[in-house]
Design a protein around this ligand. Structure first.
Ligand SMILES: Cc1ncc(COP(=O)(O)O)c(C=O)c1O
Length: 456
């Protein structure tokens, strides 16, 4: 590929350090450079076409060639390419988007605050929660609980909320005041014979024990993704959110729903909050809010959060937080158009209906020798690869089989992502049944090829 010194691959290796990549390995293997996109497909620089079964990074809901989003961006770029919302200023796309988000929220919300990424939004949520505790005269209430295997981002605060070792190791994270409770993965974490309901009860007990050990008056908030994404697509076990929320309510602890992946249709409802009857005080959204055509993220806060913060900003003289590009007018215009498309084309219904077909195809591969578990809801799912279905033991080093199958799948024209030995599927919301079949035919073929290699 990169035998030519001036090829994009060679120049990439020379000049570009990649995110979430083993830098030394990249020096050997180089990049897969994607040149263009069309619907659920992308094409690499050599002209090979792939189904993007991850929607890029769980994000391109309306697909890779939506002209209405390009037009919305062009119109706004020509009219007002930049403005901000500091010091009482504003612009129409952001007013419209704030109103749209607050009024479409499935639980009562008061205000929208805008940032540029999921990480920034979670970081901001944490700062607002601390600010609020001070405003309420409870300076001791600063601890935040998230979960093992959670993913909330990579800034110093949001990476601390993330519960994955690779986001902490050698970064000197997590910071103080961030605690991680048990992960809700029944297949991996349940005791022998424990039902999902019993497992959920035990996790709620674990949470309560942690709160009591730390002192309930010191705990400010609990962060959770309705369905965990980057931790391997962990669907909550039966009764989980109901039992967790009962504990949070008992100790007056705020709930932050990180909707960065689940929001805008992924779980078959507009928000994961609806799918799991959650009652968050803060909702964090990004990715599918604009189908990631442009970076934008938002947090919705309810009155319980907004009112003390407003009072504190009045006492201090300002709310001393905001990003230059937070709520950028072009990104806001694209987000509005994107949400309009999701609503007009009933893409949430499509996620539920085609998602049901995807879950059937996932279920069909559960019997494969290399598959320990399949899991998912609507248009998000994963298969967990094992060498031994009974002991759940991996094949060699953890992640080796995931990497092998993911590589074979890519050769077979489907881009997935392996998180260790879990391979995730999160295709664009516009996908149809036939295209789901194309993905899973390739998955079955890749699993059979992997099984031959494992045997050999
Ligand atoms: C649930 C969740 N929260 C937060 C983030 C961080 O978002 P970003 O990468 O835009 O900072 C992600 C990214 O994958 C995510 O999946």
């Amino acid at each position: 590929m990169d035998s030519q010194p001036n090829s994009p691959e060679a120049r990439d290796k020379k000049y570009h350090m990649h995110a979430y990549t083993n830098a030394r390995r990249h020096e050997e293997v180089g990049p897969l450079i994607i040149e263009k996109g069309d619907g659920i497909y992308v094409e690499d620089i050599s002209g090979k076409r792939y189904i993007e079964a991850m929607s890029g990074l769980w994000s391109v809901g309306v697909g890779f060639s939506e002209k209405r989003l390009v037009d919305a961006a062009t119109r706004q770029m020509a009219k007002l390419p930049f403005y901000h919302n500091f010091t009482h200023k504003g612009h129409s796309p952001l007013v419209d988007l704030a109103e749209k988000l607050v009024t479409m929220a499935p639980v009562p919300m008061s205000k929208a605050f805008f940032t540029n990424s999921g990480s920034e939004a979670n970081d901001t949520a944490m700062k607002m929660i601390w600010y609020r505790s001070n405003a309420l005269g409870q300076p001791q209430r600063k601890k935040i609980i998230s979960r093992k295997r959670a993913y909330h981002g990579v800034t110093i605060a949001s990476a601390s909320l993330t519960g994955l070792p690779n986001n902490h190791l050698s970064f000197d994270l997590p910071i103080a005041n961030v605690l991680h409770t048990s992960s809700p993965h029944h297949w991996r974490e349940a005791l022998p014979g424990e039902t999902e309901q019993q497992f959920s009860t035990r996790l709620a007990d674990d949470l309560e024990k942690l709160i009591l050990a730390e002192g309930p008056e010191t705990i400010a908030a609990f962060f959770g993704e309705p369905v965990m994404g980057a931790g391997g697509v962990v669907v909550p076990p039966a009764g989980y959110w109901e039992k967790i929320q009962a504990v949070l309510q008992k100790y007056d602890i705020l709930l932050v729903a990180d909707e960065v992946i689940c929001g805008f249709g992924r779980t078959g409802n507009m928000f994961g909050t609806e799918t799991y009857a959650m009652r968050p005080d803060i909702m964090v959204m990004s990715k599918q809010i604009s189908s990631s055509y442009l970076p934008i993220s938002a947090m919705l806060i309810n009155d319980k959060v907004y009112e003390p913060i407003a009072d504190e900003s009045n006492r201090i003289g300002t709310f001393g937080h905001g990003f230059t590009a937070g709520g950028h007018p072009v990104a806001a215009a694209v987000a509005l158009e994107n949400i309009a498309i999701i609503e007009e084309r009933n893409l949430v219904d499509n996620a539920r209906e085609v998602g049901a077909h995807m879950q059937k195809r996932l279920a069909r591969i559960a019997s494969h020798d290399l598959v320990g578990e399949v899991r998912g809801i609507a248009l998000i799912g994963a298969m967990e690869l094992v060498a031994d279905k009974t002991t759940k033991a991996p094949w060699g080093a953890a992640g080796a089989l995931g990497g092998l199958v993911n590589g074979l799948l890519q050769q077979n024209g489907v881009i997935s992502r392996n998180m260790g030995d879990a391979l995730a599927f999160c295709p664009p919301l516009i996908i149809n049944d036939k295209q789901v079949d194309d993905i899973f035919d390739a998955v079955e073929k890749s699993l059979d090829e992997a099984a031959r290699q494992v045997k050999a």
